[in-house]
Design a binder for this molecule. Structure first.
Ligand code: ARG
Length: 272
């Protein structure tokens, strides 16, 4: 399996906090160690650089504690970026900040008409855009994504509130393969996943509960939460090289490595 060089967008957790609860992982009564979050994030960034990837950074804004979760800032395929619209008012002001970054970086930006939380719910795999719904991204947003990018969109129904974004329940390993937690999806969506990805790696609930599926693969190296030991073993068996990172402090907001990482897919990778 060959690794593909990636270009990522990340946002330093300078103002990270858990001040509100918009998913079951968040408990605003327990104080967060922002310095530790920055340290863990910095190690993740370093890991990408050591793998030869490029990391762009967007300036964090005060008062937006979840802005570190750059995956929710948009969906990028080739030279097009689809901006986002958050479900929750607490995150609304992140959308224009990310939109401005895409425009300044030269992407052709499309604005969404429906709730759309970017790569948190939209992943490109095997020539399809896999799109989650049920908690955040609206089903109506899926049609907009298909029109914008010209990839067939496969709707996947999420059913467990702990796995509220698609990227907490499924990870794309390479062009042909994904790993996922079957229990996070409706019976119909499980059947779709079995049909599309007969060779998929399935994860255990224990792996998913440490956000193990919130992983970032370059086709060979898979960066995932260090606590997801069973998943790491299954991936190693399949020939991937796993790299465990500890993002425990960010997990208190319900996010892992993938949430912190927006993929700026370009050129051949985007199939163009
Ligand atoms: N606290 C954030 C929220 O609930 C976490 C977002 C995690 N991002 C992700 N791509 N899953 O919106």
């Amino acid at each position: 399996m060959d690794a593909t060089r990636q270009r990522f967008l990340m946002c330093r957790p300078t103002y990270f906090a858990v001040d509100y609860a918009i998913n079951p992982w968040m408990d605003p009564t327990v104080p967060v160690d922002t310095a530790l979050a920055v340290e863990q994030w910095e190690r993740l960034r370093r890991t990408y650089l050591d793998l030869g990837h490029t990391v762009e950074e967007i300036e964090p804004l005060p008062g937006l504690p979840d802005m570190v979760f750059a995956a929710n800032g948009g969906t990028v395929v080739g030279d097009r970026a689809m901006a986002v619209q958050f479900r929750d008012p607490q995150r609304a002001d992140e959308a224009p900040a990310y939109r401005a970054w895409f425009a300044a970086a030269g992407f052709e930006v499309t604005d969404p008409k429906h709730v759309n939380e970017g790569e948190g719910d939209v992943l490109l795999a095997g020539g399809h855009l896999l799109a989650g719904t049920g908690f955040r991204t609206a089903h109506a947003a899926h049609a907009e994504l298909q029109e914008t990018f010209g990839y067939p969109v496969v709707t996947l129904q999420l059913v467990d509130p702990r796995f509220y974004h698609l990227d907490t329940a499924l990870t794309v390993l390479d062009e042909q393969t994904v790993a996922y937690l079957p229990e996070a999806f409706s019976p119909g969506s499980r059947a779709v996943l079995r049909r599309l990805f007969p060779d998929a790696v399935t994860a255990t609930m224990a792996d998913a509960e440490v956000l193990g599926l919130n992983a970032v693969s370059d086709g060979h190296h898979v960066v995932l939460p260090a606590q997801a030991v069973e998943l790491a073993a299954r991936l190693t068996e399949r020939g991937y090289r796993t790299i465990g990172v500890d993002l425990s402090e960010l997990r208190r907001a319900g996010g892992g490595p993938k949430c912190c990482t927006l993929r700026l897919r370009q050129g051949s990778e985007a199939g163009k």
